[in-house]
Design a protein around this ligand. Structure first.
Ligand SMILES: [Zn+2]
Length: 296
């Protein structure tokens, strides 16, 4: 199994289904460290990473990025993930310190996300206008909500399983990933029934990963009654944010002179934290004064 985060695409040879599976242990752990996430927030963001990447890779466009926003009425607030078809992903949770456990001591995602709210998906391709769609939350458990979203907005019957398994003491991500099976146009009811029967018996995704199965093996287990052809594999999935000191400075430059003067007077310097990756950027008083001079 590759050490890096990776993705596998497959189809059933009878043309009924396509499958995408992702393993994202490293990027989920990186996000946990960058944002200092609680156990609950790590699981919620990891599941949303998996779903965001899966949705992004169902799109035919070769260049673009997909933003997946889940906003429930639970204590985590919103969860936002931005994934590109080049394999980069970034994201954050509004309230990263929130913990929610059930009576057995397991992370309670439904409660943390909330059962009422919405999913919003927007896709920006390099060419053409952005595409937006949304649906209501149905469970707060994330995978089920995305399946509902795909049924409502894309009219595509799908199956998704995703999971994040943490070191119980340290909260470190040990396994994270997900699988999406989509029906193709014209899929027969007979094939759908076979799939439904198979997925009702399969273990949750994080357990399959913990058991040492590769993504290819998980796809084959999930579509056990069908002959599978692996279409492609991609090993470059990673956490990446495009923010930089330069971009922060240009955002400050876009403020008008009066606003920059107010920052100098009230704080003395400008500081900003990127929501997506928690990087902190600073512009000193001297630099701010220089920006005002350049605007004059
Ligand atoms: Zn950033």
């Amino acid at each position: 199994m590759p050490e890096s985060d990776y993705l596998v695409k497959a189809i059933s040879k009878n043309g009924a289904f396509r499958a995408i599976a992702v393993s994202i242990n490293n990027l989920s752990e990186e996000a946990r460290q960058k944002h200092n996430l609680s156990h609950t927030a790590t699981v919620a963001l990891g599941r949303t990473f998996a779903c965001g990447i899966l949705l992004c890779y169902t799109l035919k466009k070769t260049k673009g990025h997909l933003t997946l926003k889940i906003k429930g009425n639970g204590p985590l607030g919103g969860i936002i993930v931005d994934a590109s078809n080049e394999g980069t992903v970034r994201g954050y949770v509004n309230h990263p310190q929130v913990e929610c456990f059930d009576k057995k001591g397991y992370v309670d995602i439904d409660k943390a996300v909330g059962k009422t709210g919405y999913i919003h998906v927007s896709y920006d391709a390099e060419k053409g206008s952005p595409h937006h769609s949304s649906s209501e939350l149905v469970s707060g458990e994330i995978a089920k909500d995305i399946v509902h979203y795909l049924a409502i907005s894309e009219q595509i019957p799908s199956y998704i399983s995703c999971g994040v398994y943490l070191d119980p003491d340290l909260g470190k991500v040990l396994q994270a990933g997900g699988i999406l099976i989509q029906t193709m146009p014209g899929t027969k009811d007979k094939d759908l029934n076979v799939l439904e029967e198979a997925v009702s018996k399969i273990d949750p995704f994080s357990i399959l990963l913990r058991s040492g199965f590769t993504l290819e093996q998980i796809i084959k287990k999930t579509l056990a009654n069908f002959e599978i052809e692996i279409v492609s594999e991609f090993e470059g999935l990673c956490f990446h944010c495009g923010c930089s000191q330069e971009r922060f400075e240009s955002a400050i430059t876009s403020l008008d002179k009066k606003e920059i003067k107010e920052i100098i007077k009230e704080v003395g310097y400008a500081e900003g934290r990127c929501h997506f990756c928690s990087s902190v950027y600073m512009v000193s008083k001297e630099q701010l004064e220089l920006l005002i001079k350049r605007q004059s």
